[in-house]
Design a protein around this ligand. Structure first.
Ligand code: HEM
Length: 326
């Protein structure tokens, strides 16, 4: 009897502990073990950013793709000798190499401090590098919650149906983001990340050449913009050609993405759907008219994104090499 009574609360504790894994992230997680962590990451990311702008969009998208597949556990960084890791899935093949390189460089900078060597997870370094590229391009600076552990599993199969596609409808976007604990407002704010970076012509060519029978161009697309897109992405264009996603301020993290949507200048159907659909239109108008509202919503949403499926405590590991499990 005595034994049975003890078992129940223990079981309950385990359940509560597992459920609150994300609640254990905190901003001062490394303040004793690696007090200079934030400046080490920031200077490595700044150096890399000065070498190439792609550092910024590459790192930001890498963080998103990591978090939506097995949680923010740096599983996207793992390599497989037989090319069967997350990064080998078609949805991840266009992740920019400079995003991966940013994390590798930041990890080397962190490990150059003897106090920090092999104490900081690759997942946390990616979260910090993401904050840094956002602020380096003019976006908001925010405190990053830390304490993530690195995952030990990365497979092509786990990516399947976990990432949004450029032809998604609002319902499909909402469903996928809700699965990750994110609201429609979070999803719209996070889509604002498309204010920087590049897209390959093939990702939207259907919208400008073969939208529907009798309507080669998507009618929700601004006509002048559609003509410009056709010029930059002619039929049979080299598949490696990529264009700016924000045609107005491509290198600045601002709310131009939303002002573009109002003008019919969203590059993907999934972008333009946010303005076309009456359920999300008011939020697009709000972010288009208030940079402050967008920045606040973005900080809240990316902080929530950073909590998705995280491993904490003694789950996972602190990877010695971000591209390999220990
Ligand atoms: C809402 C659904 C989303 C869809 C359908 C989507 C889709 C895409 C696609 C198709 C590309 C172009 C890839 C290429 O051609 O190389 C892209 C690029 C990008 N996405 Fe998204 N994305 C979404 C949400 C997000 C979110 C939430 C973030 C980050 C918070 C993000 C950040 C980026 C960035 C920064 C790029 C540019 C990458 C570069 O220049 O290397 N996206 N996205």
């Amino acid at each position: 009897m005595e034994h049975g009574r003890l078992l129940f609360p223990c079981f309950l504790l385990v359940v509560l502990f597992a459920a609150s894994a994300s609640a254990q992230l905190r901003t001062g997680f490394y303040s004793n073990t690696c007090p200079n962590l934030e400046s080490l990451v920031r200077s490595a990311v700044t150096t890399k950013f000065q070498q190439t702008f792609v550092t910024a969009p590459g790192t930001l998208r890498l963080f998103f793709h990591d978090c939506f597949v097995r949680g923010c556990d740096a599983s996207v960084l793992l390599s497989s000798p037989t090319n069967k890791a997350e990064k080998d899935h078609p949805d991840d093949l266009s992740l920019a190499g400079d995003g991966f390189d940013t994390v590798i460089k930041a990890k080397a900078a962190v490990d150059s401090d003897p106090r920090c060597k092999n104490k900081v997870s690759c997942a946390d370094i990616l979260a910090l590098a993401t904050r840094d590229v956002i602020s380096l391009t003019g976006g908001p600076f925010y405190n990053v919650e830390l304490g993530r552990r690195d995952g030990r599993i990365s497979t092509i199969a786990s990516v399947q149906r976990k990432l949004p596609h450029p032809e998604f409808t609002l319902d499909q976007l909402n469903t996928m983001f809700a699965t990750n604990g994110l609201t429609q407002t979070d999803m719209i704010a996070l889509s604002g990340a498309h204010t920087i970076g590049f897209a390959h012509c093939g990702k939207f060519s259907k919208r400008i050449y073969s939208f529907s029978r009798g309507n080669p161009i998507d009618p929700t697309l601004n006509k002048t913009y559609a003509a410009q897109l056709r010029q930059m992405c002619p039929v049979n264009v080299d598949p490696r050609i990529a264009i700016n996603m924000d045609p107005t301020t491509p290198r600045t993290f601002d709310n131009a993405y939303f002002r573009n949507l109002v003008q019919g200048m969203g590059l993907f159907s999934s972008d333009q759907a946010l303005f076309t659909d009456p359920r999300s239109k008011p939020t697009v108008y709000q972010f288009a008219s208030s940079e402050t509202a967008f920045r606040q919503a973005f900080i809240s949403a990316i902080t929530k994104l950073g909590r998705v499926g995280v491993k904490t405590g003694n789950q996972g590991e602190i990877r010695i090499d971000c591209t390999r499990i220990n």
